[in-house]
Design a protein around this ligand. Sequence first.
Ligand code: C2E
Ligand code: CA
Ligand code: CA
Ligand code: CA
Length: 275
Amino acid sequence: ARASGLGNWAIYHPEMTRSASYRKWIEAELVRAVNGDEFDLVYQPQVNSLTGETVGYEALLRWTHPKKGVIPPSEFIPVAEKYGLISQIGSWVMQRACEDARALPPGVTVAINVSPIQLKCDRFVNELAKMFEQTGTRPEQIEIEITENVLIDDHDAVRRQFRSIRSLGCSIAIDDFGTGYSNLGSLADLPFTKLKLDRSLVARLGTRENGGAVVSTIVNLARALDVDILAEGVENEDQVVLLRAAGCRLMQGYYFGKPVAFGKPGDDESRAAPL
Ligand code: C2E
Ligand code: CA
Ligand code: CA
Ligand code: CA
């Protein structure tokens, strides 16, 4: 009964997220969206908090549905993963991010989110290589972000994929670090280059929950593994001070800049260089 009324939903209701009929609707609409022109990338700066310098940008996917407006990635990525559409969407993201990266200075990276499902595809690395060929983007400018969850997958397979990605020249960041169940011992032999401290840990800094101890531990882990550490979701000056005290200098979050469309600084969600 609900499914028949889907087309009539005038406004967005959070409870739609959980309903099976909403997921079905998203699935059907996604198929059209991938082939049409409804996706866009926005870019959020990654900053060296000591120098104020922007060292990179994370590319974040946006879907503007012609009738429903903006649908957040948290709602459609899981559906795309479930119904086998993520690789196609991921290819679009890779292509667009590579094209955009060409406008940035050589030292500035673009970070691309990659679903563990994409990573599992044997084609993935070949496709990435082909993308570099087609766009002329230097692999050194692309960082692949993969959530910590991937570390619970088949370790040897993950390591092989990481190696192949690295041998292209890309760097690899472990996203949302500190929330999952990764086997810390197994981290050491994976060739990634950065840990991204999850924003839930940053949010706990300075509160009674003593988030500082956890953050320091992860900073020290990064140091021991000889990889970079970047704090996500930094929203205020207090967090900046506490993160610096813990030894973390790379930061990303609303305090430094919201995700913006390529080319128009400050003009959220419309297209033009974040320079
Ligand atoms: P993520 O990779 O952890 O991305 C960071 C999310 O935090 C983004 O949400 C960003 O807009 C938001 N954010 C940034 N700074 C702050 C802050 O200071 N405070 C708060 N509260 N939030 C902040 P967004 O863009 O809605 O993306 C949500 C998730 O969707 C991403 O989490 C990522 O897992 C996924 N995603 C986004 N784009 C892609 C994509 O192209 N491919 C794939 N596979 N996943 C994507
Ligand atoms: Ca990310
Ligand atoms: Ca993250
Ligand atoms: Ca996340």
